[in-house]
Design a protein around this ligand. Sequence first.
Ligand SMILES: [Zn+2]
Length: 612
Amino acid sequence: MTFFIPEEKVLEIQNAADIIDIVSESVLLKRAGKNHVGLCPFHSEKTPSFTVNPEKQIFYCFGCTAGGNVFSFLMKHEGISFPEAARALARRYGIELPTGNISAAQKRVMSEREQILVANKHAVDCFSHALLSDSAGRKGLKYLSERGITGNTLERFGIGYAPEGWSNLMHHLARKGVPKKLLEKSGLVIENKQKNVFYDRFRNRIMFPIFNTGDQVIGFGGRVLDDSLPKYLNSPETPVYNKSRSLYGLNVTKQKCREKGLAFIVEGYMDLLALWQNGIENVVATLGTSLTSEHVRVLKGYAEKVILVYDSDDAGLKAAARSISIFDSGHLDSMILVLPEGYDPDSYVFEFGAEAFMKNAEKAIGPVDFLMESAIKKYGLSVEGKVRIVSAMKEHLAEIQDSVARSLYIKKMAEKLGIDDSAIMEKVRRAMNTKRSGSNAKSLLRREPGASDKRHKAWNGSATPTESYQMEKKIIAMMLQFPQVLSEIRRQEILSFFENGGLKKIGISILEHKGDSNRMVSDLIAIIDIPQERQLVASLAIEEGRWDIEGCLKLINKQFMASIKRKPSDLWMKIKEAEAQNDQEQLELLMQRLKDRKKIQNKLKFAGGKAL
Ligand SMILES: [Zn+2]
C-alpha cells in the first residue's frame, strides 16, 4: 500500500495528523461522549451516523459502513490514491517526503493529477503576473476596477489575466518543464489534431482560478472584457476538476459559512466577489452549472442552511423546482431569494449595499412556498385558476420524501386555496405512483444482479453470518477496544480456533502490533489491503461497548470455548470430502483444525468445568 513512501514516513504522517482536524474540514462534527458525530459525507442522511473517534483516530459510518483512518477518509472523500493522500497530509503538517527513488514511469502513472495541479499553479502565477505587472494586463485591470473589484479581492482570489495571443501560457509552462500532452489533459491547452498544433484555451480573458477546499487550483473560469461570446469559458472536466461538485470561493469563505451556519449560493464569479467585498462573506458560486446533489453534499459540511440567490422569477422558479428533490434528499434547509427585477447580486449590492441585501434575504422562502406563491400569482384564485395551481403543484409535492412535511404543505395549500386537502392529497398520491413505477423500472434495468452480495459472501465465507462468525467478531471488537485482554487471548491461543479467515488475520495483526495501543486501530487500517476488512476493523473498534476483564473472560471461556466444545463434528465430514477429492492442502488445514479442537477440548476437560 505504501508504494513510494517509506513505512516510517507513513507512521510519522499518521502521528502528526489529527483526524478530527481533517474531517472537520468537510463535515460539521459535534461531540457525543467519546466520539464526534456528524452527517455522513458519503451517503444522504438526516440524523448523524457518521462517527469519528479522536482517541483511536478512526471514522465509521453506521449508515453506509464507510470507515477507516485519516488516509482512508481523504482517499474516499477526495477520490485520490493513497500516496496522494499521504503527500497532502505531509504537506499540511510540514513533513518532508523523499522524492529521489521514484522512477520516471512510476511518476507518470502515479502523479498525473499532481502534475496537473502543479501546472495549474504555474498558470495562476502566469495570469496574475500578466494582470498586475505586465502592460498587456492593463485593460484587464481597468475592466476590473470599473466593476469595483479592489486589489485586496484580486489578491485573495488569485485573479489574473490571459493576454491575447495563442501561446503565451504554453511558452510559460514549457519553460517550467511541463510537457504539452499534460497541458492538454489539464485543459489549459487545446490540440488541433488536423493541423497537429497546440494553442492556449484562454485568451484575452479575466482569469478566475477555481480552488478546492485544500487551496489547490483545480480549474479556471475566464471572462471576456466586452460583449463577445462566450461570456464565460470554464476549464473542461479534468482528472482534478469536476464541475458538478466544485464550488467557487468555498476555499476562502468556508470559515464564514461555518460561523453563520448559512451559505448564500450565487451563480457567477462576479456575484460572489461583489458580495464578499461588501462584507457578505458566507457565499459560494456554482460554475455555469445548476446546483447538483454533489454540491449539496459538499455544502452540508459547512452550513445547515443555504439561500439560493437569483436575478429573476424565471431562474428562481427553475431552481426551486429542481432544488426540492436535491435538498430533500441531501437534507439541507434551502430558501429561494429573487432580487428585484433588473438586478443581479453584483449590481444590487454595489447600488444598495450589504444591509439592503440582507433585508431582502430575510424575505427568502422555502422552494415549495416559492413555487406555490408563483403559481397563485400566475393563475389567480378563480375556480379554473385553482385547478391549474393544484395541477402545477402536484408533481412538486410528490417530490417531497418526508411524508410529514408533504402533508403539512398539502394542508397549507388547501387552506390557501380554500379547498379540501383530501382532494389535493389524492392528486399528489397519483403523481407519486406514476413517478415510483417509472423509477422502479429504471432501477431494475440498472441493477447488477447480486454483484455486491457475491463479494460479501466470498469474504465472509457464508452469506448469512453464523453464530461462530458473530462470536469471533465480538472477540475482535473486544481485542480492539480492550487491549488488557490480549495476553489472555495469546495464552489460550484463542485465534487458532477461529473459523473465519479474515477475522483470524485481523486478530493476528492485533497481537503482532507494537507501539502505542491508542494508535493500534489506525495502524492496522493502514496495513490492511482489503477495503471490507478495513471497514470491519473501524466498525468493531468504534462500536459502543463497555468491557471489563470479568466480562471478557466470560466471553472467552463461557461463550466461545464452550461453543467449540459443543460443536458437532462437522469437521469429519469436511475431512472425508477433502479425501474424496484428494485435496491435500485442504486436508492438511482440516487436520490441523481437528488437532486444535482436541487440544481445547482436553483443556476444557482438565479445567473440570471450573472455568465454565
Ligand atoms: Zn455514510
